[in-house]
Design a protein around this ligand. Structure first.
Ligand SMILES: Nc1ncnc2c1ncn2[C@@H]1O[C@H](COP(=O)(O)OP(=O)(O)O)[C@@H](O)[C@H]1O
Ligand SMILES: Cc1ncc(COP(=O)(O)O)c(N)n1
Length: 267
């Protein structure tokens, strides 16, 4: 049989809830063959990040080349990229291989506060990577950091999305996990119109890896040929199910349940 293929370029989470591990589990659940390029190894569990060990830019480039030259891909997502050098390496490979289905999850800080992107790498993210992306999926603090707009309302999200789009990314999806209130409102801007995807907020501490899982679900849906809007809807349903059936393991923020969506007969 043949298969649709998605690649993740991200950090490894030894705890299995975020990063490469969350991405590959999500691809698998959505019926897409997953490949990876590891940018950094983190020693991590539900309590936090205990160590970050970045790969060299050369090692990241070699992993991307190895996958593309033999297996190929239908969509690619980026997660933790850590440094300017790695961002520039990824951007140059995206250009060299003419990849257009690029989903950028601009991972900056882990839930416990550990930096997963060096501060000085923000410029490269904006100017080298965003212009190559089909979609960028910041959470509220990330959208604030990229745009400089403080977000307290849907109108603020719209303002921030417009500023982020001005860096050249075709679609901006600002996630609402950090919203106040009992709804989570994800806002998509396609350069012309705004669309909202609203979920019921689930009262849980087990939200480790929600952003990674959400962007991986979007990537899988796009690899299967879905539009950005369809991918956003799929990802919202996938993450809602994964958080509702969250997994209570470890002593901190447990992971989401990647098999909940399929178990409900959604795919
Ligand atoms: N407690 C929650 N209940 C329901 N949905 C949530 C909850 N927390 C996050 N989400 C959803 O999970 C996805 C990831 O969002 P977010 O948590 O903002 O990302 P990140 O992990 O990057 O901070 C979004 O679709 C968001 O609306
Ligand atoms: C390797 C890695 N990548 C990303 C995250 C962000 O996780 P979250 O999705 O919970 O913000 C993480 N904690 N570790």
């Amino acid at each position: 049989m043949t298969a649709k293929k998605a690649m993740t370029i991200a950090g490894s989470d030894s705890g299995g809830g975020a990063g490469i591990q969350a991405d590959l589990k999500t691809f698998q659940e959505l019926g897409v063959f997953g490949t990876s390029a590891i940018t950094a190894v983190t020693a991590q569990n539900t309590l936090g990040v205990h160590g970050v060990y970045p790969m060299s830019a050369d090692a990241v480039e070699k992993q991307i080349d190895a996958v593309i030259q033999d297996i190929g891909l239908d969509a690619l997502k980026t997660g933790m990229l850590f440094s300017t050098e790695i961002i520039e390496a990824v951007a140059s490979k995206i250009k060299e291989h003419n990849i257009t289905n690029v989903i950028v999850d601009p991972v900056m800080i882990a839930k416990g506060g550990a930096p997963l992107l060096q501060e000085e790498a923000m410029g490269a993210l904006k100017t080298s990577l965003l212009p190559l992306a089909l979609v960028v999926t910041p959470n509220i603090p990330e959208a604030e950091a990229i745009s400089g707009v403080t977000i307290k309302s849907v109108e603020d999200k719209e303002k921030a999305a417009k500023v982020i789009a001005s860096f050249g990314v075709k679609n901006v999806l600002i996630k609402g996990g950090h919203d106040e209130g009992n709804k989570t409102i994800d806002l998509l801007y396609d350069g012309e119109s705004f669309y909202t995807f609203t979920g019921q907020r689930i009262d849980t501490k087990d939200t480790h890896g929600t952003g990674c899982t959400f962007s991986a679900a979007m990537t899988a849906a796009i690899a299967k040929g879905g539009s950005v809007r369809v991918a956003a809807e799929t990802a919202k349903q996938f993450i809602q199910a994964a958080i509702e059936d969250g997994i209570n393991i470890g002593n901190g923020h447990g992971p989401t349940n990647h098999w909940a969506y399929k178990k409900r007969g959604k795919c």
